[in-house]
Write a new protein. Structure first.
Length: 278
């Protein structure tokens, strides 16, 4: 998640906070739109189901891009521009490179990038362009997210020479859900040396089921309850107000956390009355 302010960029939790002030230049679902054609069925579905505060456009290649209006130097007049998806992702790679170098205490260049298993060749190529062309990284290869996790387990976990172990990896991210079944064993490399081996038995994914989709279900439920209040009769849908929607998403996150350990969650959002009238 990234927010482009007038004079700074915010990432992650800071971006979520800044999104209320800069909704049009906050990008939270790039995985769903990156490398997609503007007129594709997937984008039609995305625009129909999501709360979109960005101005989606098409670049000259027909891919999804973003029309933004910013005032980069304080009080000067705002400037309209088209941002390529690679530009935004490149900014995120720059930020991750900075964090990695700070953690490593040295220069970072070579990277292996994990991607969803359903990413196409074109999407991977665009991602490579963003990482190398804008962040100065050297992409060694791409691997599926769950396979990356399975490989790390093969390195960390010890399996007896004559044993096999089967592990299921379940990964529900913000945008999608992936499941992978891996089998671990030890392979005799030389007479005295054994090496861990991982064999991927099966993979499956659901592109349009992630934690963000659960957030949207909760937001719609809250909005429908609020719209149904007698004093709201004849008034516009609360979901038409950007600030109100941002507040509902914040509450949805709290509800998920509460319901993780409890059967019920109490909901109070008095701030909605600051955004809409009864």
């Amino acid at each position: 998640m990234i927010t482009l302010g007038n004079e700074q960029r915010d990432y992650g939790a800071d971006s979520f906070i800044a999104s209320g002030k800069f909704p049009e230049t906050t990008f939270a679902e790039l995985q769903r739109t990156f490398g997609e054609k503007f007129d594709s069925d997937a984008m039609d579905k995305f625009k129909e189901q999501r709360f979109i505060t960005n101005n989606i456009a098409a670049d000259e290649r027909g891919y999804v891009a973003w029309k933004v209006s910013r005032a980069p130097y304080g009080d000067e007049e705002s400037v309209q521009e088209i941002l390529y998806s690679e530009e935004i992702v490149g900014m995120m790679f720059q930020y991750m490179k900075m964090l990695a170098e700070k953690q490593a205490g040295g220069f970072v260049r070579d990277v292996v990038i994990t991607v969803p298993s359903w990413f196409t060749y074109d999407q991977r190529l665009m991602l490579k362009d963003a990482a190398e062309g804008l962040a100065g990284l050297n992409v060694l290869q791409f691997t599926h997210e769950n396979i990356g996790a399975a490989t790390m387990l093969a390195i960390d976990q010890k399996v007896e020479n004559d044993e096999k172990q089967t592990v299921l990896f379940y990964n529900m991210g913000g945008m999608d859900t992936e499941v992978t079944i891996a089998e671990y064993s030890m392979v005799n490399v030389t007479e005295k040396k054994w090496s861990p081996h991982v064999h991927i038995l099966a993979e499956a994914n659901v592109r349009d089921l992630g934690s963000k989709d659960i957030d949207i279900i909760i937001v719609n439920l809250l909005a429908e309850r609020f719209n149904a209040l007698p004093e709201r009769a004849g008034k516009p849908d609360v979901r038409e107000n950007v600030r109100a929607v941002k507040r509902l998403f914040k509450e949805a996150l709290k509800i998920k956390e509460t319901l993780s350990a409890n059967k019920y969650a109490n909901i109070k959002i008095p701030e909605l009355l600051d955004y809409v009238t009864l």
